[in-house]
Design a protein around this ligand. Structure first.
Ligand code: FAD
Ligand code: UDP
Length: 399
């Protein structure tokens, strides 16, 4: 692999069989597969000064391994995704646990048997738990919006408590809307758990942290003789998409283009901007071994930030006397402001607008869109990898 900053003077798009925009999961998976399965010479353009997209991690000044763009916990049920990524890293076992700070008491989230007893006291908590077991069965996940629909006073009491104390204020901070106003699939990511398991991703058989780092995983994935990565290059300066073809450096391009950035941005927002939420991430290094008992504590009834992550608790790094934490403040994203569009907003009118952009590239068989931004989907890392594997299956089948 060659990683260079900026484009060389002699850069010639025609010397590449594929141009990939973005060096996150979507771009890196496509680059690797097109290089090794099609023998393509691949050019990856990345406008940041590093690879790995939002999964990028690095050591801060205190020597703590931090996740620059928010806490990333690898978890998947997808065997193929796991096999593919495991070619480029070993894994350190890690099971993510989250506590919610509810008026000073730390309770497991997803809200579970333990949380019920902490919230209602041992006796009443146990009685309510038995009611949940009778209604839904043991070790079952119940989305909060489903729990709220039950017609039973005891279940309503649980639902009201969880809605008010776990979901309402956190969701207001994160999305600027109440849980009733957003797509139920979003709060459904963190269902009430009728059981004792206190892991955030109980269903994922594959879960952990890359043994060295996410960035190291990407270095290995992109390490191929046929892949060249150019950092600090905004593809919009090179690529223009017309009605029926894409041009690179002003000339129609004959190879494959894989685009993993925001689709509205590519078209200069000419149909309107797609809404996103962005985050201000505030890092702080403290002169203590440990700040909090788990990787992430959610502030569900207080504070302006949504959650605090302590990286050493996730990576397992041993570094006495220092720890780095990070607070996340969510707000509306402003296009072309230098902010990062972190979260798509899954609402029907936004999906409609996205589809109109998508239609404009649908007829261009060599122009592909993939990834959390380009597909305008609330994907976890494994979802993006799965999508990139599927896309490259199709491209490989045609060559
Ligand atoms: P990105 O990682 O965004 O990569 C796209 C790349 O394209 C970027 O580097 C961008 O700079 C580049 N690019 C865009 N436009 C251009 C252009 N015009 N020219 C050049 N380059 C361009 N997933 C999990 O599985 N577990 C987690 O715990 C988890 N936590 C998360 C926490 C936060 C705060 C966020 C925001 C996301 C989290 N995710 C998590 C999701 C995960 O980050 C994404 O699924 C994944 O990183 C998306 O990969 P991608 O390649 O689609 O996009
Ligand atoms: N959520 C909440 N309280 C919590 C955890 C999650 O209200 O303690 C809601 C909130 O709307 C959030 C969504 O559930 O945006 C999904 O949470 P998740 O932790 O999956 O979000 P992510 O890690 O992607 O930011």
């Amino acid at each position: 692999m060659a990683i260079e900053h900026g484009l060389p003077e002699a850069f010639s798009p025609d010397s590449y069989d594929a141009i990939i925009v973005g060096a996150g999961y979507a771009g890196a998976v496509c680059a690797r597969r097109l290089a090794e399965s099609c023998g393509f010479k691949v050019c990856v353009l990345e406008r940041r000064d590093h690879i790995a997209g939002n999964a990028y991690d690095c050591y801060d000044e205190a020597g703590v391994l931090i996740h620059q763009y928010g806490p990333h916990i690898y978890h998947t049920t997808n065997e193929r995704v796991h096999q593919f990524l495991s070619r480029f890293t070993e894994w350190t076992p890690y099971q993510h646990k989250v506590l919610a700070d509810i008026h000073g008491t730390l309770m497991p989230v997803p809200f579970n048997h333990t949380s019920l007893k902490l919230a209602f006291g041992d006796e009443k908590g146990e009685a309510l738990y038995q009611k949940l077991v009778m209604t839904f069965g043991e070790n079952k996940k119940v989305p909060i919006m489903e729990l709220r629909n039950q017609n039973d006073p005891e279940l309503t009491e649980v639902a009201d408590y969880v809605y008010e104390n776990v979901f309402l204020y956190y969701t207001m901070k994160q999305w600027g809307k109440t849980p009733d106003q957003i797509d139920p699939s979003i709060t459904g990511r963190v269902p009430v758990f009728v059981g004792d398991d206190d892991r955030y991703f109980p269903a994922a058989p594959y879960q952990g942290m890359p043994a060295v780092s996410y960035t190291d995983l990407f270095e290995h994935m992109l390490d191929h003789d046929l892949i060249s990565v150019f950092l600090g290059v905004d593809a919009r300066d090179l690529i223009t998409v017309g009605e029926s073809e894409a041009c690179v450096c002003g000339k129609p391009y004959g190879g494959e283009i894989v685009y993993t950035g925001p689709l509205d941005e590519l078209f200069g927002y000419d149909l309107g901007a797609l809404p996103y939420r962005t985050l201000d991430m505030v890092f702080e290094t403290l002169d203590v071994d440990r700040f909090q008992p788990v990787g992430t504590v959610n502030y569900t009834v207080s504070e302006d930030f949504t959650r605090i992550t302590e990286f050493k608790n996730m990576t397992g790094q041993v570094l006495p006397g220092k720890t780095t934490i990070m607070r996340e403040y969510s707000k509306a994203y402003e296009p072309d402001s230098g902010q990062t569009p972190y979260y798509v907003i899954n609402e029907p009118q936004n999906i409609e607008l996205y589809k109109r952009y998508r239609e404009r590239v649908a007829g261009m068989l060599s122009f592909h869109v993939v990834g959390r931004l380009a597909e305008y989907r609330y994907y976890d890392m494994d979802g993006v990898v799965a999508s990139a594997l599927e896309l490259t299956d199709e491209i490989i089948a045609q060559h």
